[in-house]
Design a protein around this ligand. Structure first.
Ligand code: NDP
Ligand code: GUE
Ligand code: MG
Length: 297
């Protein structure tokens, strides 16, 4: 049996096209252009790639993109002052502070200094709380994109057994909240979980977000399961080059699963598409328009 490959790249292009339509309609009715500000502190090469992609795709969607690149040794007070300026700027509807931040910066302090209404990452404590309480929130982009792929494949997720591998604040925990909201029976597994393979074999939906290259083997996967691979790991090939792999052994998963997201071309492009969707949503909410159709959780 060979699993279906879930084409996140194509799905994300469709989302971005819908965002672009929404942006055009917003401009026509409101007379201003939604804007996204990205703050990048330091020179992390991986972050630079994402920031470049975000910038290009933001412009392609018809939105304004404001990039702020600061040196790695920027004092925390200067970062906080920039965030305050962006909070107050009416041209900025979304603010993303790229993580990780350098060690001398208190990341929680910076994240929570972003206005919750402009927090398109959904990392602000009030958005975390609102999601947990089932209230309208900004939803983190990677879990939102993963949820969209799952709903597209299954329609209703009600009653399905979902296992989330990883319990980070940016992926694992919000992913579990969204699956719970869609009435899955949710298990969160992590580095202390006993017999993690058996836990995973119970999953109709398996979301891997651990940051361990190809950790999830074919034998961990229930036949026919849907596997969402969030991991982005750069590994050395025997030829001394590098390549991207996920947290799932893709070839083995293809033999067992019903459907698998590839890396690259799976969840990654959905993350950026959802960032743009959240920025449009934030612009709508700022002027009292209803949320854009089909782009929220
Ligand atoms: N595609 C995308 O858009 C994005 C991809 N990513 C990628 O997703 C992956 C996860 O990211 P993130 O959540 O930030 O990572 P974190 O390092 O913050 O969290 C990793 C989680 O995995 C768990 N874990 C680590 N090792 C094991 C193990 N051997 N067995 C079981 N659980 C384990 C940890 O458990 P414990 O809590 O017990 O330590 C932790 O909860 C990374 O590869 C990252 O690059 C991240 C964001 C966006
Ligand atoms: N505040 C903040 N918000 C984030 O959402 C955030 C962050 N910080 N820090 C880093 C992680 C990682 N992340 C990715 C986004 C896009 C791809 C992506 O587009 N991947 C493509 C291409 C990957 C490549 O070729 O390098 C793919 O998987 O096909 C990957 C990873 C967002 N993150
Ligand atoms: Mg994210």
């Amino acid at each position: 049996m060979t699993a279906d490959v879930i084409d996140g790249k194509a799905f994300a292009a469709g989302i971005r096209a819908r965002v672009a339509e929404g942006v055009a309609a917003f401009k026509a009715s409101q007379g201003f252009t939604p804007g996204l500000a990205v703050v990048l502190v330091g020179e992390d090469p991986a972050s630079q790639v994402y920031v470049r992609n975000k910038h290009r795709q933001t412009l392609e969607a018809g939105m304004e993109s404001f990039e702020h690149r600061l040196p790695a040794d920027t004092p925390q007070a200067d970062i906080l002052a920039l965030v305050e300026k962006l909070n107050a700027d009416p041209a900025v509807n979304g603010i993303l502070v790229q993580l990780p931040l350098p060690d001398h910066v208190d990341a929680d302090l910076v994240i929570n200094s972003v206005s919750a209404d402009k927090d398109v990452d959904g990392f602000h404590i009030s958005n975390v709380g609102r999601l947990g309480a089932g209230l309208k929130a900004m939803v983190p982009c990677t879990p939102l994109g993963s949820l969209m792929l799952l709903r597209d494949r299954h329609g209703s997720l009600s009653g399905m057994n979902a296992v989330v591998l990883g319990r980070s604040n940016i992926v694992g925990k919000p992913m579990a909240q969204l699956l719970l909201k869609d009435s899955c029976t949710v298990t969160i597994a992590h580095s202390r979980t006993k017999d993690i393979e058996a836990v995973c074999r119970g999953a109709d939906i398996l979301v891997a977000a651990v940051g361990r290259p190809e950790m999830v083997r074919g034998s961990w996967i229930r036949p026919g399961a849907t596997v969402i691979d969030v991991g982005i790991n750069r590994i050395e090939t025997p030829e001394g080059k590098t390549r991207l792999v996920g947290d799932v052994h893709f070839a083995e998963a293809m033999e067992v699963a019903g459907a698998v997201t590839p890396v690259p071309g799976g969840v990654g492009p959905m993350t950026i598409a959802c960032l743009l969707a959240n920025t449009l949503t934030s612009a709508h909410r700022s002027v009292g328009l209803p949320d854009p159709e089909g782009l929220t959780a």
